[in-house]
Structures are given as C-alpha cells and as structure tokens.
Design a protein around this ligand. Structure first.
Ligand code: BTN
Length: 240
C-alpha cells in the first residue's frame, strides 16, 4: 500500500521499527510516527530524549532506487524540516552541519539517517526526525537544558504536531520523489542556513580545528587544511 503512515503510541525507536519493516515486510509504509520513544537514538551513539507527546518522533522511509546522490540525503532532509519550521512557526532556523536544526543557537531538531542494504545493495534510507515541539525548558534533562530548545520555547505557541508531520512528509516527497529542486539548488539553500561557513570548527575524528569554507555538491563540509581544501562527509563537527 503506498503512502501509508503508521502511528504508534509507544516504540523503542521509530528507526528500529522502520528497519524491521524494511527487512521483513512486503508493505513498506511511507513513514512511522510515535507519540513516545523508549530508546530514541541520536547520532554518534547518543540517545534522543523522546518524552510522550511533547515532540515529533518519526522515520520517513525512502526507497533509494531513484536517488542520485546518497550523501545528499542527510542535508536535504535537514533543509526539508527547516523550511517547514520556518513557514509554520515564523522563526529563523539555521542548519548545523550535517543536519541539526538550530533556533537562536539551540537545537530544536535532530536527524539520524540509516541506510538499509539488501544483498549488499542499498535499498532504503531511513530518515529519523526528532523535533522538540511543546517541551518547556525544565522538561529537558539537565545535561542538554542549555543547548536544546523547542518550538514552544522559541515562539510561545503550541503547534499542531500532525500538521507539522504532514508538511514535513510533503516536503520530503517533493525533494526526493517529485524532485522539485536540483541538487545544486538544495545545496545552495542549505548553505544559506549553515551556521558553520566562514567559522573555525573542531572536527572530532581528526581531533583538530579547521576553517569551514563551503559545502561540496553532495553536501559534505569543505574545510581548509592549510592551503588545501578537504571534504568531510561524516562525523562530529563543533563550532569553535
Ligand atoms: C541527533 O540529534 O543526533 C539525531 C536525533 C534523531 C532522533 C530521531 S527521533 C525519530 C527517529 N528515531 C530514533 O530513534 N531517532 C530518530
């Protein structure tokens, strides 16, 4: 069945649930959405705080057959969500490479993309999206209280989660299925929102700092290594 969305009251992680569906089911839904995650996961092995009803926890399942540049999925997904937040909530967003969404220097959304292979071939990309919607500051665990925010904290309004989900899915469909924009246009739009370009950044995998100068055509972070440019495709990068 096409365009089916599965809504769950509780799940360990929508990414894990979606991965199992991709491996074991003939009917692959378009997205899995949960009201609560007991084991929400983030990048770099971190967990994603996913309390009941205050956030959006969803995984969009993308068949990668017609995706030209797999590396660009992560950046494009960040852009898709950033645009929805800007349009619906009337706030300015920034994208922290590769795809955290930032409002007023704090993280409002994290995205974790997993690729699913079959017989050694990549078949699906699971785009896991977590958006803090109605959390109050004290709802966040203490260790992230100063770096996390929610749409409610930033706007003083409570937004309809279902409408946001609908728009995010619509945007992702336009980006990946209808291919409404060229890859160049997507990278340009991400660049405009990037909070790293022109700044010193610390690349954890290299344990050193670089100067971030650009995004590559497939969404990598171009940094200066002395005189030479170097493209970083994954890993953790922090603003200095
Ligand atoms: C990050 O900030 O490091 C990425 C966070 C991604 C969280 C989302 S919530 C829905 C989906 N299911 C998960 O377990 N993680 C992603």
């Amino acid at each position: 069945m096409k365009n089916k969305i599965i809504f769950l009251n509780e799940v360990d992680s929508t990414n894990i649930y979606a991965a199992n569906l991709c491996r074991n089911s003939a009917e692959i839904p378009l997205a899995v959405v949960a009201a609560l995650q007991t084991n929400g996961s983030g990048r770099m092995g971190r967990s994603f705080h996913s309390p009941k009803d205050t956030g959006i926890y969803m995984t969009y399942i993308l068949n990668t057959e017609n995706v030209e540049t797999l590396n660009l999925i992560t950046s494009a997904a960040g852009l898709a969500v950033a645009e929805v937040i800007e349009n619906m909530c009337d706030v300015k967003t920034q994208i922290k490479w590769p795809n955290d969404i930032i409002i007023s220097s704090k993280k409002v959304c994290g995205i974790l993309t997993k690729l699913i292979t079959e017989n050694g071939k990549i078949k699906f990309a699971l785009i896991g999206i977590g958006i803090n919607v109605s959390n109050e500051k004290e709802d966040f665990p203490e260790e992230i209280r100063d770096i996390a925010t929610s749409l409610k904290i930033e706007t003083n309004k409570v937004f309809d989660k279902e409408k946001i989900i609908e728009k995010v899915i619509q945007n992702l469909n336009e980006f990946f299925i209808a291919k409404k924009f060229t890859e160049k246009e997507i990278v340009e739009s991400v660049k405009k929102r990037s909070n790293m370009l022109g700044k010193k950044v610390f690349v954890k995998s290299e344990n050193r700092e670089f100067f971030a100068v650009n995004l590559s055509p497939d969404g990598g972070l171009v940094v200066l290594d002395g005189e030479e440019e170097k493209v970083i495709h994954s890993g953790e990068v922090e603003l200095f």
